[in-house]
Design a protein around this ligand. Structure first.
Ligand SMILES: Nc1ncnc2c1ncn2[C@@H]1O[C@H](COP(=O)(O)OP(=O)(O)O)[C@@H](O)[C@H]1O
Ligand SMILES: [Mg+2]
Length: 420
């Protein structure tokens, strides 16, 4: 999949800009606040129908204008030309068109043109709260499985209605017996969400661990564990343990998840009624990020002992990356997760997603930059890399198309390292 051309009108600081992308590696160079991130944001929006940074779509409209317009010309896997358009007026939802035909469902749009966005803010995957990690998993899985997004949307709708009802029961304007019908629906859609999440999470973890090892140079291992209040521990897998009951490999797994969901929902019923909100379910799940290192006995106290080694002196020391990891380790984990996302999308869809790297290399050391750019160029993915300083990157890139952004105008520069 290749983006050949883009038009941005009244999008962020862009008034009216057209850019050609004749090559697959694009280096976008410019000073601060010129429009580099906004250009990547426009590409990402065309692919996924959402911004990687805006909380409201209205933020994307150029100040004092009534709406934005984006148009992308792509070549898909079968080399057909596809025209994508996105518009948004100050009031109302954004509209998406493919080859001139209005697309009404976001669930049908997502997954057709995949993109992965790396930015310094990807660090929030590690440092941020659970909602950041859920958002990451939700968008990743939606891109490779449209049924997942449909289930998630239904789940969110039922959740909203259940929460409304909880408030009405609390105010004695509704009967508690009405709750059962919503519980059933919540469990049905929620179970489908959890089971798919676990399946994809398992694959993601494999890729992420491998990437971390290569990026960090085998000093410690990354450990990832899915966390859910509606699932018993033996159904949740982490690195060194294989789940005894896995909904992925065990056909009765779905029923087991549903059963436990039901138990947890009943157990939290009183608390939910008191708070007027649903306290358990996939909307509250998370995944734990830890670093594991082999340590000799006697050095520290809070060990997790694994009885698998031949020497009693070696123990595995595990600590939460969010609180204890160094900034460098956290950045490496975020990068390993993002690369895992890329590889997973590629393997599941058979197509390379568009890769957007926003100012990432400025925060990485040479070793990590080299590894990242090597991985990306070994894939045949189209890549857009922004930077304020092209010089350190140019010699890692094969024949990049170099573009300069200045005050929301994009121009092409000759692509060789001497000219930069
Ligand atoms: N809705 C908007 N309307 C007009 N300008 C905007 C809007 N949103 C952001 N900007 C401005 O656009 C400029 C470019 O932002 P950005 O693309 O993030 O720059 P860069 O990545 O090159 O540092 C900034 O000065 C920012 O304040
Ligand atoms: Mg920027």
């Amino acid at each position: 999949m290749l983006l050949k051309h883009i038009i941005l009108r009244n999008f962020r600081n862009y008034i009216d800009c057209e850019v050609d992308f004749p090559q697959s590696v694009n280096l976008i160079v410019g000073g601060n606040a010129q429009g580099k991130t906004s250009l990547l944001e426009a590409i990402y929006f065309l692919c996924t129908a959402e911004s990687h940074r805006a909380t409201h779509d209205a933020e994307l409209i150029r100040h004092h204008e009534s709406g934005f317009y984006l148009k992308g010309t792509l070549r898909n896997g079968s080399n057909d030309v596809v025209l994508l358009e996105a518009t948004k007026q100050t009031r109302g939802q954004f509209k998406l068109k493919k080859n001139g035909i209005l697309q009404t469902k976001r669930s049908e749009w997502i997954g057709q043109f995949n993109a992965v966005f790396f930015s310094p803010e990807s660090l929030t995957l590690v440092k941020g709260g659970p909602s950041e990690r859920r958002r990451f998993l939700n968008l990743l899985i939606s891109q490779i499985n449209s049924e997942y997004l449909r289930n998630l949307q239904k789940y969110n709708l039922v959740l909203k209605q259940r929460n409304e009802l909880l408030k009405q029961i609390r105010a004695t304007s509704a009967s508690i017996t009405q709750l059962d019908a919503w519980n059933k629906l919540l469990i049905m859609h929620g179970t489908a969400v959890i089971v798919k999440r676990l399946e994809i999470f398992c694959q993601l973890r494999g890729y992420a661990i491998e990437n971390y090892l290569k990026l960090a140079g085998a000093q410690e291992n990354l450990a990832l564990t899915y966390r859910s209040a509606v699932m018993p521990d033996d159904m949740l897998m982490h690195n060194s343990q294989t789940a005894t009951v896995s909904p992925v490999t065990d056909p009765s797994g779905m029923d087991k998840v549903a059963k436990h969901f039901n138990i947890s929902l009943n157990a939290s019923r009183e608390a939910d009624l008191h708070r007027g909100t649903t306290s358990v379910g996939p909307h509250r799940d998370d995944f734990l990020i830890e670093l594991e290192s082999e340590t000799r006995t006697g050095a520290a106290e809070n060990y997790n002992e694994h009885n698998e080694g031949d020497s009693q002196e070696t123990k595995t020391f595990r600590e939460g990356a969010r609180s204890y990891g160094s900034q460098g380790q956290q950045r490496t984990i975020a990068l390993a997760l993002k690369l895992a996302e890329l590889e997973l999308i590629r393997d599941s869809t058979g197509m390379d997603p568009i890769v957007l790297l926003d100012d990432v290399t400025s925060e990485l050391d040479d070793r990590r930059t080299k590894y990242l750019l090597e991985v990306l160029q070994n894939l045949s993915a189209q890549t857009f890399i922004t930077t304020t300083d092209a010089a350190p990157l140019v010699h890692y890139l094969k024949e990049p198309n170099v573009l300069t952004v200045e005050n929301a105008n994009v121009s092409c520069t000759v692509a060789n390292s001497q000219s930069i």
